[in-house]
Design a protein around this ligand. Structure first.
Ligand SMILES: Nc1nc2c(ncn2[C@@H]2O[C@H](COP(=O)(O)OP(=O)(O)OP(=O)(O)O)[C@@H](O)[C@H]2O)c(=O)[nH]1
Ligand SMILES: [Mg+2]
Length: 455
């Protein structure tokens, strides 16, 4: 793992040009290093924006200058818990890289991905759940995702887990006392009380876990494949749902040859929409490959939208596509309903959803049906648990508590504390791995390596 005693530097804003670009310096020498870059003399007032100039010379190149705002966040009240100086310059990659290079010449080291947040974790500014929430918040593609990550950053999950762990600690202490002082013949905890306490704990882990499926869906999103015959309007529907002319639309059947994907927010759920090549006997090798990919996308999708031409009767190819999808979650979309006078006559035959990719009719209902089919209920509070790592560890804790419950019941009134203790200890271990109280370097490295540099 990286050293934590040196001073690190990185650009904290995204690559490319922008109105502003921020360079963050963190560590014991942050102020000293920053003072070599800026023309402001004297101490930077804590947590106050100081307008100054940077003069940086990068290698043999000419010196570059920019007006910047320098802010000093003294330890321990900073993001990382260390001395931090943030230099907010104009968002020019040339200037920002020169500032970073100059800071490195003055003794700073280029930060690794996630290293600022790792330091915040190691300095106990945040726990591991909150550190992971930072990455989730940055990656969020839908408001529901952002909200769930924000709640975790605020510590809702941290508190729920800490409460379960505190109750477990109390049980463990009493059971250990009974084991340590057997000669007194006194049990610090009666089987009934223990059973009740375990029941209460399992109810809490259960509550967190029962929302986990929805949580995963919100965090990771779902794949939705749009399939159907050529020319039924798959790409038109794709574009209408994406809100941009992303896929080529023409009246020539077989227009789409490759998979086209876009991520969109459908009723609060992050959905990766996949437009596919129309199904028919392929006319050439390119189309054959496109159709093979279309089948591949369909087989991995969480939901399939089967598009048919609502203005024409279903034919054998439509029926075959529908029958092939019966095993999977699917919705039938009757497109081109603008060409039909009476919508009722279109809808009934296959119970599909009538839409028009051209006029936008029915798309709202389609989005609601997609969200519903995926199990999203956007109007509910965001789920507390969304991250697969947390879900797996909570399940471990729940299973250990279940074993403890069984152990208590099977003792028939004579409680064997050692038995139950082992299970409670493993439940605690799982909870502490979620919060990061007990975590291996490998896991830390894995988690922080997924961050971007500067976070
Ligand atoms: N009137 C009407 N025309 C539509 C609608 N949706 C698509 N079309 C037309 O149908 C034709 C085919 O549309 P596409 O979106 O390219 O169809 P596709 O299913 O992607 O076709 P392939 O890529 O060839 O499989 C185009 O001329 C569209 O303008 C609709 O809702 N109403
Ligand atoms: Mg198409």
């Amino acid at each position: 793992m990286f050293s934590t005693s040196d001073t690190i530097v990185a650009i904290a804003t995204p690559p490319g040009r922008g109105g502003l670009g921020v360079v963050r310096i963190s560590g014991a020498d942050a102020v000293e290093i920053a003072s070599r870059l800026i023309t402001h003399r004297g101490a930077l007032e804590a947590r106050r924006a100081t307008f100054t100039t940077v003069r940086v010379k990068s290698g043999a190149a000419d010196s570059a200058a920019d007006q910047v705002v320098a802010t000093h966040f003294p330890a321990p009240h900073s993001y990382t818990g260390e001395d931090v100086v943030e230099l907010s310059a104009h968002g020019s990659p040339v200037i920002l890289h020169a500032i970073v290079q100059c800071a490195m010449d003055a003794g700073a080291r280029l930060a690794e991905p996630g290293e600022f947040t790792l330091r915040a974790f190691l300095n106990q500014r945040i726990d591991l759940v909150q550190a992971e929430a930072v990455a989730d918040l940055i990656d969020a593609a839908t408001p529901a995702q952002a909200r769930a990550a924000y709640d975790q950053l605020e510590g809702t999950l941290t508190r729920a887990i800490a409460e379960i762990d505190a109750a477990l600690f109390d049980l463990v202490a009493k059971l250990e006392a009974s084991v340590d002082f057997p000669e007194e013949g006194y049990h610090f905890l009666q089987p009934d009380a223990l059973q009740n306490a375990l029941g209460d704990l399992r109810a809490r882990t259960g509550r967190l876990l029962c929302d986990a499926r929805r949580g995963r869906l919100i965090r990771e999103g779902a794949q939705v494949a749009i399939v159907g015959k050529p020319n039924v309007g798959k790409s038109s529907l794709f574009n209408a749902l994406v809100g941009a002319q992303r896929a080529i639309v023409t009246s020539v059947p077989g227009t789409t040859r490759d998979l086209i994907t876009e991520t969109v927010d459908v009723g609060g759920v992050r959905v990766t929409l996949v437009d596919t090549a129309g199904r028919r006997e392929a006319r050439d090798v390119v189309e054959a490959e496109g159709i093979a990919r279309s089948r591949g996308a369909e087989s991995v999708a969480d939901l399939i939208l089967i598009v048919v031409d609502g203005a024409a009767p279903l034919d054998a190819v439509d029926r075959e596509i529908i029958s092939q999808a019966t095993e999977s979650k699917h919705l039938i979309v009757l497109n081109k309903c603008d060409l039909i006078e009476d919508m009722q006559t279109v809808c009934r035959p296959v119970g599909g959803i009538a839409v028009s990719a051209v006029t936008g009719a029915g798309l709202q209902e389609l989005c609601e049906r997609i969200a519903l089919a995926l199990g999203g209920e956007p109007r509910r509070d965001p789920p507390q648990v969304t991250n697969m790592r947390h879900i797996a560890l909570l399940s471990d804790a729940d299973a250990a508590l279940r074993r403890a419950e069984v152990a208590v019941v099977s003792q028939n009134g004579t409680l064997s504390e050692e038995f139950v203790l082992a299970d409670l200890q493993s439940a605690r271990a799982a909870l502490e791995e979620i919060s990061g109280k007990r975590v291996t370097e490998d896991i830390l490295e894995h988690i922080f390596s997924t961050f971007c540099v500067g976070k």
